[in-house]
Write a protein that binds this ligand. Structure first.
Ligand SMILES: [Zn+2]
Ligand SMILES: [Zn+2]
Length: 357
């Protein structure tokens, strides 16, 4: 089975909302960072006419798609940020009603992901926590399990911490919040298929502290950090209409994983399941009808690997690049890989589940 892997970032802002670089410049930064695609998601505005392949002399061609990040502006407490893809129309007029918004997206065959669903306050930056507030909803595609800038915000507990982590962010970045992982496991255990993605939420703002003014998180740096890697049986073709559907189809099904590419590139991570007659990749179902199912994951370098089912560790292996496990009961199974970076164990890869039926 030939599989194609494309690395992308699905949550980014331009000056159409509160970012600093426009689409073509974001494309250039992403291309220099080695990404294959980027989805731009400005706040409450779907920017029309910017999708396509962008070419540069000094770096590779890159696919830019446009979605939207929708939230209600006057809501208190603030929150309920929803990432919206593949609707090809403005939907922010429904921002005051998350369920209605999700239903409108589904009716257009679009995708919806709850952005940074659990946030932690950072009083010195801004007293705003944009968590997902309304869990009594259904019909969404998934959740953004890891948002780099949201995690960074949680580190800024004092002025000293702000200065320290502005210079050494990778000493602070550890992985998705436990609350987010627990919620995801709880949703999976309830029988829902919930796809995860991981993104940078890049804005490229400049921060000033006294005489020092500095862009702490340039887009290119963030595009080398937390990304969503899609796995597709079909290769990208260079045709925007076809390729847009290849990317969105992988995100819809969960044929993707979240990789923290800074400590070591996560490209080439694979997670699949098989028995005598069938085979599947992450995001898909496999039946026990043809016998016990073997789960197998491989990583591009040595790490610590866990297979998790409904929040419980089923098996784990340290200092390895491969893990295997045979199951004969229906359940969902996902992989977490951690890696030692700057003397600490940090999340490196979080896969979508395989559903054994
Ligand atoms: Zn947001
Ligand atoms: Zn955002």
């Amino acid at each position: 089975m030939t599989l194609n892997e494309y690395v992308g970032n699905c949550h980014n802002h331009t000056p159409y909302s509160d970012g600093t670089l426009y689409h073509a410049d974001i494309a250039h930064e992403a291309s220099r960072a080695g990404l294959d695609f980027v989805i731009v998601t400005d706040h409450n505005v779907w920017v029309h006419g910017r999708e396509g392949y962008y070419d540069y002399e000094d770096s590779k061609t890159i696919l830019i798609l446009t979605g939207e990040e929708i939230h209600h502006l006057d809501e208190h407490p603030k929150g309920n940020h929803l990432l919206v893809y593949d609707t090809n129309t403005e939907l922010s007029q429904f921002s005051n009603n998350p369920q209605l918004l999700i239903d409108k997206i589904s009716a257009l065959d679009g995708l919806s992901f709850l952005a940074h669903p659990f946030e932690r306050a950072a009083p010195i930056v801004e007293d705003a926590v944009y968590s997902w507030r309304n869990w009594n909803i259904s019909g969404y595609t998934g959740i953004e399990v890891w948002n780099y800038m949201s995690e960074f915000k949680s580190l800024i507990k004092s002025k000293a911490a702000a200065i320290f982590y502005a210079f050494y962010p990778d000493l602070g970045i550890r992985g998705p919040f436990q609350e987010t992982l627990h919620k995801w496991d709880e949703l999976l255990a309830s029988g829902k298929n919930v796809v995860i993605i991981g993104n940078s939420d890049s804005h490229g703002q400049t921060y000033s502290m006294g005489p020092v003014s500095r862009c702490i998180f340039p887009y290119k740096f963030l595009f080398q950090s937390v990304n969503t890697h899609i796995i597709s049986r079909k290769p990208l073709t260079g045709n925007i209409t076809t390729d847009k559907q290849i990317v969105y189809s992988a995100l819809r099904t969960g044929n993707c994983f979240v990789g923290y590419d800074l400590p070591h590139p996560t490209r080439d991570f694979r997670f699949h399941a098989y028995n005598e007659k069938t085979r599947c990749i992450m995001g898909e179902e496999i039946s026990l009808k043809n016998g016990p199912v073997t789960l197998e994951a491989t990583t591009p370098t040595i790490c610590n690997l866990k297979i998790i089912s409904n929040g419980k560790i089923i098996t784990q292996k340290k200092n390895t690049s491969k893990i295997k496990y045979t199951v004969n009961r229906p359940n969902n199974f996902r992989i977490e890989a951690t890696i030692i970076h700057k003397l600490q164990e940090r999340h490196w890869i979080i896969s979508n589940p395989i559903y054994v039926k």
